[in-house]
Design a protein around this ligand. Sequence first.
Ligand code: GRF
Length: 233
Amino acid sequence: MSATPRAVVLVSGEGSNLQAIIDQVRRGALGLTLAGVVSDRPGVRALERAAAAGIAAHMVDHASDPPAFPGRLAAILTELQPDLVILAGFMRILPSELVDEYRGRMLNVHPSLLPKYPGLHTYRRALEAGDREHGSTVHFVIPALDAGPGIIQYRVPVHPGDTEASLRERVRAGEHLIYPRAIAWLAAGRVTLRDGAAWLDGERLTQPVVVDEARGAGASVAESPRPDIVCRQ
Ligand code: GRF
């Protein structure tokens, strides 16, 4: 890895997680540089956020030529030479060769308490199931969808009367806290993927580090180490 790791962020939409990452990079809290942002869709807000932050923004339009998409994406990544690849609301399944190339160096944030609800419509599924809590998980990316080892998880209680929108709003606010933190751990080499598990500071994580909504708000990424985290291992 380079002395200061280079990260590329893959996006498809709003880019609020991208913005949280940009904000923390600006504060010097992540220990990495952003080498570029790549979107699979034109005209998305995430591309505007990248441009506004002066980060090279690339667009590989999946819809214009789906079969060519994996090759075009791989070519851009080869050009950008990232040490780390961060999926932030990226709505495509990546070819397994690409995932393998960045094994242990590629993260995703998924809006559920994995292993519950891989795939789409996680808020709806949690509400329909009557779950008492929901949340989001940062995990290593492996070829199987949303199945890589979890690193950190943000949990919120489901309130009576919650809707998909209200739940999403609270969970997303938590993603903006936990995702930069996990990325900082990865950039610093504190979190690694080994023997099919995530390891943090040399300890195998038997479950992701848990941040509860009540405790998570306000904790800063710069402080990042574990004392301010409620860890339910
Ligand atoms: C996030 O909620 C993330 O969990 C999911 O996609 C959403 C992207 O949101 N993978 P944004 O584009 O970062 O605002």
